[in-house]
Unconditional design. Structure first.
Length: 129
């Protein structure tokens, strides 16, 4: 099973003071990047909440079809668009022999870091038998 769940806050600057046209431009670019992600068993959606914009990610596939790598690349590309974007996406590939744990993909100030998760991992016995 391939899983990815998380969110990215979409902001054109790190100081939260930005023009509306900068936000609109960023959202257009993000929507262009996410266009190919719309399919069965997954969603990637931009949602406005209380004047802030978020990219919400939910993916659950039966087998590794390259989707996790695509999500990692998407997050890197968003980081290149603006240092004001930040967030976290948890991914898991239970078919991987070397890693049955969750990994956290963190985006902050344009930089993407991937680390082993310590909250839900190890998956067995933390969440599974």
């Amino acid at each position: 099973m391939m899983e990815a769940m998380g969110w990215i806050s979409l902001s054109p600057s790190t100081d939260r003071e930005h023009a509306i046209n900068q936000t609109e431009d960023l959202l257009k670019k993000v929507l262009k990047l996410t266009g190919s992600f719309q399919s069965i068993n997954q969603f990637i959606k931009v949602k406005e909440l209380n004047g802030s914009n978020y990219l919400l990610i939910g993916i659950n596939h039966n087998h590794n079809n390259g989707i996790i790598e695509s999500v990692e690349q998407l997050i890197k590309n968003i980081g290149l668009l603006s240092k004001g974007c930040y967030g976290i996406v948890y991914v898991r590939d239970d078919e991987s022999l070397e890693n049955v744990n969750f990994r956290a993909i963190k985006l902050a100030r344009g930089r993407v870091d991937i680390a082993e998760d310590s909250l839900l991992s190890p998956c067995n016995p933390t969440i599974e038998d």
